[in-house]
Write a protein that binds this ligand. Structure first.
Ligand SMILES: Nc1ncnc2c1ncn2[C@@H]1O[C@H](COP(=O)(O)OP(=O)(O)OP(=O)(O)O)[C@@H](O)[C@H]1O
Ligand code: SF4
Ligand SMILES: [Mg+2]
Length: 358
């Protein structure tokens, strides 16, 4: 079997934050015991509600966040056992990130040419002339005209800025790009263009992509593997072809039920109660406070990892899993209006949206 491009093993990230108590501190469990494999050329989609740890996971993958415990292994090499120089040199050129908001991710005081050439300069790639050449090539790859070279990020549209950010991300020919909600700060009319650009670059350059989004439809279309996160935990990993027929975790089912047309029978599963605090996550299964299938056993311990027989790459953590023909007891009922009910909304774009030039 080939070595994965990148593998997370039992990775946890805990932040120490000030508590309300005088001189007190508490711990935010942003990511807990995460195992993840990304293979070369593969697209992995990460989905989950706000605050569930998606960006923390992305920061771990790109080497911006050191895990509190656990390991990050890139092509067989443990990232945090490398010297910082090797990590910057070898890993820093192979893995890149596209952030949510290009208006804050790009240095507004630098012209586009300097912004895109920056990684080449940092990694001492080529001569001044060859870097200029490469920047033009990258502009072409991301569909921007040469006329933007002298412009500043503030003079570009949101879509153009995100194209610049993507050009910068691929400048060093990375094998993996992490895209953390790359379209959510953009006008709806240009989102589809940016998604299509990522798909095109993936095909042309053979990139692996970790794509993070709240938008279930987009995740399903973009990804080979879909990873569902809840309260800092990975609760299900499945091939996107398993959706919607073969979802096993109730939370994944609830997420996908929010999108009309994906699940049969149609109907939204309304989850009741707020997402618990990442500072004091509930014991047992972290989803038990909102799950319609909860039993006493669910509160006892976090469910072990289960593999779906005959479905390679499909694992989940639930002791009363859904199945293909599962009914959704009570869950399909419309939620009573009230402060403690929470509908998961699909917020993303569809490919049928207008595609005017970004
Ligand atoms: N630097 C930090 N210090 C303290 N807590 C943090 C820090 N970064 C993230 N957190 C907390 O960790 C948890 C996970 O945050 P994260 O940003 O990874 O979630 P997310 O899934 O990306 O959310 P969103 O969809 O809103 O972007 C949250 O409870 C968040 O408040
Ligand atoms: S373990 Fe229990 S509470 Fe957790 S998702 Fe499964 S059924 Fe729901
Ligand atoms: Mg985030």
């Amino acid at each position: 079997m080939s070595v994965p491009l990148i593998r997370l093993q039992a990775v946890s990230v805990a932040y120490r934050v000030r508590s309300n108590r005088l001189f007190g501190h508490e711990t935010v469990h942003a990511l807990t015991d995460a195992d993840l494999v990304v293979n070369a050329g593969e697209t992995v989609g990460i989905v989950g509600e706000s605050g569930c740890g998606k960006t923390t996971l992305a920061r771990v993958l790109v080497g911006l966040q050191r895990p509190t415990t656990g390991s990050v292994v890139y092509q067989g090499q443990s990232l945090w056992q490398m010297s910082s120089g090797d990590r910057r040199r070898e890993f820093g050129s192979r893995v890149a990130m596209v952030f949510q908001d290009p208006s804050t991710a790009l240095n507004r005081r630098l012209a586009v040419e300097t912004v895109i050439a920056d990684p080449l300069v940092i990694h001492s790639v080529g001569t001044r002339a060859s870097r200029r050449e490469r920047v033009r090539e990258l502009l072409d790859l991301v569909g921007l005209p040469g006329s933007v070279l002298g412009a500043y990020p503030g003079q570009l549209s949101g879509g153009q800025r995100q194209r610049v950010a993507i050009a910068r991300a691929i400048a060093l020919n990375p094998s993996l790009v992490i895209a953390d909600e790359p379209t959510s700060a953009l006008d709806v009319s240009v989102r589809a263009q940016i998604l299509n650009l990522l798909i095109e670059l993936r095909e042309r350059l053979g990139l692996a992509i970790v794509f993070i989004s709240h938008d279930i439809q987009t995740i399903r279309k973009m990804a080979d593997q879909v990873v569902t996160m809840y309260l800092g935990r990975i609760v299900e990993t499945c091939p996107s072809s398993s959706i919607p027929q073969s979802i096993f975790h109730p939370y994944t089912r609830a997420l996908f039920s929010a999108t009309p047309g994906i699940l049969a029978p149609p109907g939204r599963i309304s989850l009741h109660g707020p997402v618990p605090s990442a500072t004091h996550p509930p014991g047992g299964c972290s989803f038990h406070t909102r799950c319609w299938k909860v039993t006493a056993a669910c509160r006892a311990e976090f469910p072990p990892l289960s593999a779906v027989p005959g479905a390679p790459g499909h694992t989940y953590r639930c002791i009363h899993p859904e199945s293909a023909a599962a009914s959704i007891p009570g869950g399909n009922e419309p939620a009573a209006a009230g402060a403690d009910s929470c509908d998961i909304q699909s917020v993303g774009v569809s490919e049928t949206e207008p595609t005017s030039q970004a």
